[in-house]
Design a protein. Structure first.
Ligand SMILES: [Ca+2]
Ligand SMILES: [Ca+2]
Ligand SMILES: [Ca+2]
Ligand SMILES: [Ca+2]
Length: 406
């Protein structure tokens, strides 16, 4: 063997099978191949490629040892290499919770929590607000610096922002005597979650959720109201419904007339000046001049508590307008110590058909003025709800209104 003066080991250069991404990361195994040469021997056989397959940063690959003919050896090194093959973690986070029935009644926002232990998070889905609809899903994406992606979704989101609507409201018996019950019923509509509850109140509104519970069954809400639990009078009856998301409908009201068939009795007579200084606003009669008198007389009473409608009659004459009204039938009468209200049908001389009328009669007692107000309606109108065709009102002169208490 010839003696040489070669003391210089070979050079071993590693080359990766591909470039990392622009952030310097691989998201999978990297194979390093080697090239060796020597100052004397020239190109040497390459060591076997080395694969870096483990996640981690700042990794180095080493080749097998390469020796030249003079016995100088070298080991190639390649690095640092950053490998992250694990997807990031992502999970949806809701800013509010649905109710027990699984519904939101406000639009929830889904945010995403993203984390990555090795290369870090490059992008994380923006928060998304969920609009109205059933069984909705929001999907979000996370990408780590190495380019691994992960997806998460928040599914089964039910959002109902639409309040139900009460479309019809009725009473099975109206007016109702203090000896009777009446059923209040309501029809309704709702989008999305559906109506699950209903309530009513009589008198002052206690606020949504604080009323009397109604039965909801087969698209209808109902409750039985006991007339004997209410005082005689015209009561405000309100009904509203709530959907599964907790949206309350607007309150729909009707008048509930409760009468005492053993107690109510009112008489009156005298004159008023319709459209005059002591009239309510809105008086309207044929030939109304604001100074002529109108005469009236009435007696209305329940007889022996046997009938559900009162007996009696009403006459009203306004000569200035040739307007003469006569009651045909009476529907109900309610009184309290200072006011009576009654309602019925009437004819008007010279006009075809029948009309409905309502009277409010105030007994001022010994010191105050008595007042009388007549309103006249079309036969199909509801005097408790619709606007009047004619109206006459004023302080009573030349007579008296007396509410009789038995
Ligand atoms: Ca050498
Ligand atoms: Ca990762
Ligand atoms: Ca709804
Ligand atoms: Ca009086």
């Amino acid at each position: 063997m010839a003696v040489t003066n070669d003391f210089q080991p070979p050079t071993v250069i590693g080359t990766a099978d591909r470039e990392p991404n622009s952030e310097g990361w691989y998201n999978g195994p990297v194979s390093i191949s080697w090239w060796a040469e020597d100052n004397v021997d020239g190109v040497l056989p390459s060591p076997a490629p080395v694969t870096l397959g483990t996640d981690g940063s700042d990794q180095f690959a080493s080749s097998d040892s390469v020796c030249d003919a003079a016995g100088n050896c070298a080991v190639g090194q390649y690095g640092p290499v950053n490998i992250d093959s694990s997807p990031p973690a992502i999970s949806p986070v809701l800013d509010s919770s649905p109710n027990d029935a699984g519904w939101f009644n406000q639009m929830p926002t889904v945010s995403f929590a993203c984390a990555d232990a090795l290369s870090g998070i490059a992008s994380c889905a923006e928060p998304a607000t969920v609009g109205e609809g059933g069984d909705q899903a929001v999907e979000g994406n996370a990408v780590d610096v190495a380019g691994n992606e992960a997806t998460a979704q928040s599914a089964g989101l039910n959002v109902d922002l639409s309040a139900p609507l009460v479309t019809d409201l009725w009473l099975s018996v109206s007016p109702v005597s203090m000896a009777q019950d009446t059923v209040v019923g309501a029809d309704f509509l709702d989008e999305l979650s559906g109506v699950v509850g209903a309530e009513y109140f009589v008198g002052a509104d206690p606020g949504a959720g604080a009323g009397q519970v109604m039965l909801v069954d087969e698209g209808e809400a109902s409750a039985t109201i006991t007339g004997g639990l209410l005082s005689p009078g015209v009561h405000n009856l309100g009904v509203r419904v709530v959907d599964a998301a907790g949206n309350w409908s607007d309150t729909v009201t009707i008048s509930l007339v409760v009468y005492d068939p053993t107690g109510d009795f009112v008489t009156g007579g005298g004159w008023i000046v319709p459209g005059g200084d002591f009239s309510d606003s809105g008086d309207d009669l044929p030939g109304l001049d604001g100074s002529s008198k109108a005469n009236f007389g009435f007696v209305v009473k329940y007889r022996n508590g046997a009938s559900t409608t009162p007996d009696g009659n009403l006459q009203f004459v306004y000569r200035a307008g040739d307007f003469r009204l006569h009651s045909e039938s009476l529907e109900w009468l309610v009184t309290n110590p200072t006011m009576a209200q009654f309602q019925g049908t009437a004819t008007i001389d010279g006009l075809p058909g029948s009309y409905r009328f309502s009277v409010q009669a105030i007994d001022g007692g010994r010191n105050g003025a008595d007042r009388f107000r007549l309103r006249v309606f079309g036969l199909a109108d509801d005097p408790l709800a619709d606007s009047a065709t004619y109206q006459a009102s004023g302080d009573v002169s030349g007579g008296n209104i007396i509410i009789h208490r038995r």
